[in-house]
Design a protein around this ligand. Sequence first.
Ligand SMILES: [Zn+2]
Ligand SMILES: [Zn+2]
Ligand SMILES: [Zn+2]
Length: 137
Amino acid sequence: MKTCCRCKKEKPESAYHKDRGNPGGLHYMCRDCRSEKYYEDHENNLRMTRQYYSKNVDRQIERVRNYRERHKKRAAAFVAVSSKTRTGRIKKPGICSQCGSGGIIHAHHEDYNKPLEVEWLCQKCHKKLHREKRSVA
Ligand SMILES: [Zn+2]
Ligand SMILES: [Zn+2]
Ligand SMILES: [Zn+2]
């Protein structure tokens, strides 16, 4: 006779699976407990997989939403700046505010929630800034 570790009942050795890794050559749980536990583990695994999956889907939706939101804000910010520069309310400088070189000057937004706070940068500095930003994020 051997006491099962799980249900604490004493059962004949025939009620246990053989397990060479254990002293006595028998599994520490009886057959009933073993199959019950197997079933429970299986259920737990399923539940966890489902949870993981649904969390991932949420994250994906969130990411798409953020992306759209950013795009909308960026577009709105550009429209705001270009209309202000056209009417002369914002003066577009001829040179880059970082390196001082001329040429094509971009309006860079640090924060699209503040569409009128722009930094004027040449193409090179602008690209560089966004590259650095991406590597930080
Ligand atoms: Zn048992
Ligand atoms: Zn520059
Ligand atoms: Zn920019």
